[in-house]
Structure formats: C-alpha cells, structure tokens
Design a protein around this ligand. Structure first.
Ligand code: SF4
Length: 447
C-alpha cells in the first residue's frame, strides 16, 4: 500500500471548499483526486501578466493588502444543468430541467452580471470559463446571450481565453460553430473514458464514439484548443484499460489532457455502494500505477505536465485554472459559483429558487462570505501553488505578502525537506517526484 496516497481530479470550481486543503482531492471544478492534480505547465510564460493581485507598495498587513489589479481577473460561469446525474457526481447540477427553465436561468445570470459589475467594476476578464453541469445543454442562443452579457458587463481582454465545458453527447456542428463565432476559443470535453462499459457504469450519457465525433466536429467548427478530461481509478478499471484510454485520448491529438482520479463522494450512488463495500475500486497501488502511467504516456506523446493532473502541449496550459492555482482573483457567477476577490471569498446559493429570488430583489445571491486573513491567503498560495509542477514562486510570494515563505513556514518546510517531499529550484518551491503522489500530505502542512 502507498500510505497517504491521494489524487486529485479536477478543478472546476463551482464549489470553493473543494479547492481547500480540506478536500484536496479534487480540483475546483468538478472532480477531485487528491493527489496529483491536473493542469499547468510553462505556466510562467502563459500566466496572466500580473500573477499576483497585490501591489508592491501595499503592505499585506495593511487595510488594502488585497488590492487587486483589474488586469488579471478570471470569470467563472456555472451552468447547473445536466441531462441526468452520473453515478459519482456531487457537483451542483440539476437533471431534467426544461429549455424554458434554462433560458430563465440565463436571464438570472445577466441580472447577476449587472449587479456584480456595478459593485466591483472589475474591468475586462482575462479568462472566461463556462462550466457545469453541462453548459452545452443550453441552446446556442442562450449561450450566445450569456456571452453577450459578459461582453456588455465585463468585457474581455484582447486574447482572452474563453472556455466551455461540453459533454460529448450534447454537441453538434451548428452549436459548436455558433460557440466559436461567439468567441469561445477553448473546448473542454468530458470524455472521462474510452470504454463503453465503463461509461455506462458511470451513468454517462455519452459513449466512446461520441467523443471521437465531438472532436472531429469541434475541429471542423474551428476549435484549435481542445481539452479532454479523463478519470482513472474507476471501479473495475485495469491498468491495461487505462493505458488504452490514454492512447485513444492521445490519438485524438487534443492540445490539453486532464487526468483525474475518481473521487467517490458521499451520498452519490457510487458513494453508497462504496460505503456498503460493493464498489470494486482499484487499490491505492493500482491507482498510483495508473497515475504514473498517465505521466509516462502523456509526456512521451509531447504533453508537458504542469499541474498534478494536467498536461498540455506547449502554450496550451489552461489560463483560467492557473488563476486558481496562482491564487489570483476570480469572480464566479451562477448558482453555487464561488468568488475570491479583494481578500474575501464567497459562494452563491446552490438552490435555484433561492438564487433567483435573491436576484429578483436586486441583491447578490451570496450564501456565504468569508474574509481571509493574510495567513489564510499565504497558506492558500502555498498549497494551491504547490499543485503546479513549477511550484511556488518565492520572490512573487515575498512581493505579495512582504514575508519570505521560507521563514514563515520554516518548521513545516524543514519537515518536508527532511521527508524529501519538496525542493527549492530556480527560486521556486515545488514538490519532488516523491512528493507528487503525496501532495495532500504536503498541503496539510500549510493549513
Ligand atoms: S455530466 Fe455527470 S459528472 Fe458532469 S456535472 Fe453532469 S452529472 Fe456531474
């Protein structure tokens, strides 16, 4: 057994607690796996121009320590609808809603955009990420309206990355062309597996051929930046089966691949089976072997690992997700969406009625607001930044917080150095090869 081994699945984001050290397994957006994570490479060259939101002239201990530049924020839009729930999923997504209800939700989003842009005046977004749920369940018209509203209330920086998540079973060429024409320039396909038996067992609505078709249609529609999400550690999955999935993914030549380990969440159908001991999950050793296999196969195919679970062709790191890993400001719109802005973090209501009702009264639909102390911000900068293979930029940390990470975390780092889990290289603190699969054990040192 591999003690303490954890993987991380994804980062999507509708629920910020998932990003916290408490639930390191998954990333933001959607799934998680605790350890290795996914995306980020050449990040220093592809990250937004201002990596950190604090000005040098502002003491992190002063009242304006969280001053953020208008030049680097990210915008996340949550679409909480799916055709049906997958057996492992605990994301905020509601199955079986009508087109009218989804259109009404888009109008609510516009109301929220009006309030948020008026309150924060954030300026144009560096990245826009439409996640879910299944955003491509919306009609092209609804999606265009959402993107129009983004342009009206926020604007986009020149060259902004505009991503949308898509279930391969919910796209056609016309919709993809419309999205491309509306400015979407990155398509993230939830392929998850290339084994129809596994896809069926997961409760996915799509099959292997749908992913092939979606990729082909996306290329025809003009997408030159495609991500495939994959999940390993599935019940009954073998190492050979995982290898086959990786090879099929590579053969489709996406610019980006995210490989997350399955996170079995309580309360889901698979969570209940697991609790009853009836879910044949691979053991930790096999899961670790799958993770290492992904690293080997994807690296050999020309992808560069830049984050625990993310691999990209040069220049194709996900800039939006880098915002999270670099602990930069982001605004989340929609039910359950989280925001991190000017030293505060909040999450919107997950309940659609509550979300709508609050907006209809002209108020922001915030369910929880937390003011982060400088110490919390430092901790998050450390454990999110360590997900990146490049690690935490120590000079940038000092410029942001006016303290040296090596001093403030001297005891913790001493333990981690002794254990061989972290190292300092080129001015960055990063996980070692040994530390990569044990990332969660490293992260908790900073909490
Ligand atoms: S498609 Fe499945 S995994 Fe994705 S949000 Fe919907 S229910 Fe969850």
């Amino acid at each position: 057994m591999v003690a303490g081994f954890v993987f991380a699945r994804s980062l999507a984001l509708a629920e910020w607690p998932k990003v916290s050290a408490v639930r390191l397994k998954a990333g933001f957006p959607a799934y998680s796996a605790s350890l290795p994570q996914r995306p980020a490479s050449d990040l220093l060259s592809s990250a937004p121009p201002s990596l950190f939101g604090f000005t040098k002239a502002t003491s992190p201990l002063g009242p304006s320590r969280s001053l953020q530049t208008k030049a680097s924020h990210a915008l996340y839009i949550h679409i909480p609808f799916c055709i049906r729930k997958c057996h492992y999923c605990d994301f905020v997504s509601y199955p079986g809603r009508s087109p009218e209800e989804m259109a009404a939700y888009c109008r609510d989003l516009e109301r929220e955009m009006a309030l948020v842009s008026q309150k924060w005046q954030p300026g144009p977004a560096a990245t826009v990420y439409i996640g879910g749920g299944t955003p491509t369940l919306l009609s092209a018209r609804d999606l265009e309206q959402v993107l129009d509203a983004v342009a009206r209330y926020f604007g986009r920086q020149p060259g902004a990355e505009v991503s949308i998540e898509a279930n391969p079973g919910t796209v056609d060429e016309a919709k993809l062309r419309d999205l491309r024409a509306a400015g979407v320039n990155r398509l993230s396909l939830g392929a998850q597996a290339f084994d129809d038996d596994l896809l069926g067992a997961m409760g996915r609505i799509h099959r292997r051929r749908d992913t092939y078709q979606a990729c082909e249609l996306a290329r025809r529609a003009g997408f030159s930046n495609i991500n495939l999400d994959l999940i390993f550690g599935l019940p009954g999955q073998t190492l050979d089966g995982w290898r086959a999935t990786l090879r099929e993914a590579v053969a489709l030549q996406p610019e980006h691949i995210a490989a997350y380990s399955l996170q079995v969440e309580e309360g889901t159908p698979w969570g209940k089976l697991a609790a009853a001991g009836e879910l044949p999950l691979p053991g930790e050793e096999l899961e670790l072997a799958m993770y290492q296999e992904a690293r080997v196969i994807l690296t050999a195919a020309g992808y560069r690992q830049y984050e625990i679970s993310n691999f990209a062709r040069p220049g194709y790191q996900c800039r939006h997700n880098l915002t999270y890993w670099l602990n930069q400001p982001y605004l989340g719109l929609g039910a359950a969406a989280a925001s991190s802005w000017q030293g505060r973090r909040w999450q919107n209501y997950s309940d659609l009625h509550q979300y709508r009702h609050t907006l209809s009264r002209g108020r922001l639909p915030r369910a929880e607001i937390e003011t982060l102390t400088p110490r919390q911000q430092m901790a998050e900068t450390m454990f999110m930044g360590l997900r990146l293979l490049a690690g935490v930029d120590l000079q940038a940390f000092r410029q942001r917080f006016w303290v040296d990470a090596r001093e403030i975390y001297a005891r913790e780092l001493d333990r981690l150095y002794q254990a061989g889990l972290v190292e300092e290289k080129n001015g960055h603190l990063r996980l070692t090869e040994k530390g990569l699969p044990l990332a969660n054990e490293v992260f908790v040192q900073f909490v």
